[in-house]
Write a new protein. Sequence first.
Length: 234
Amino acid sequence: MQVAWKVASLNQYQIMVKSENIPDFSDRCLICNAKDCATYNGSYTRSVIDPLNNIFFHYFEILQYLCHGKGSNKFTHHVTFTLLPYMLIPYHRLPLFFILYAIKVKLENKISYLDLVTKLNLDCREYYKAFDYSDIISVNALFFCKTIIDSAFNRFIGGDAFKSILTHSENQKFFEHYDDDRLLYFINFVINFKCEYNNQTFTGACDFAWLFYQLSGIEYNPPFLFGRASQQRF
């Protein structure tokens, strides 16, 4: 089971993984809700690539915890849960901000995926100089990026998570646009998001997705806004 985990940066997360100061879930297991149940179970690795910020992790470590089944309120068949940094997308090596940026460029310029590949390759040439990893940005990858955003948009307007913090006028704007224009409005809204909630300030795309996750009911295994976590894949 994957859990969205708020962290300042990918580098900070990796420092935490390599240290002994990792999160402790002795108060509540995220799978069965029991105390003194979940224990640290090591980590697994995945690749993470951010061409906009010259970031490349071939082996990015993700913390994993084991549920020992002590609670009676288990809501998934999974026996482990992992803490996925909230700027990452499940099963996708490109991070959230790059996905939003790429599709924003496509929609604003009204260009094909092939032309978008060319444009992004130019935008990310410094990354290629640093890592020489030339197969990152492809038509298939970008088409999948748009699918992720399409699904997030439908999940957002179809749910109740944000009704408590968005004004009626802000909600209404989503329905005043059509097709790609509406999706572009959504992307810009997410990128420029700013909200005061429970004496905290939330800004930007990652905070937007994080707040959606929290307001959807963290104790009930809520869905990710962008991407589909392992427990929601059928």
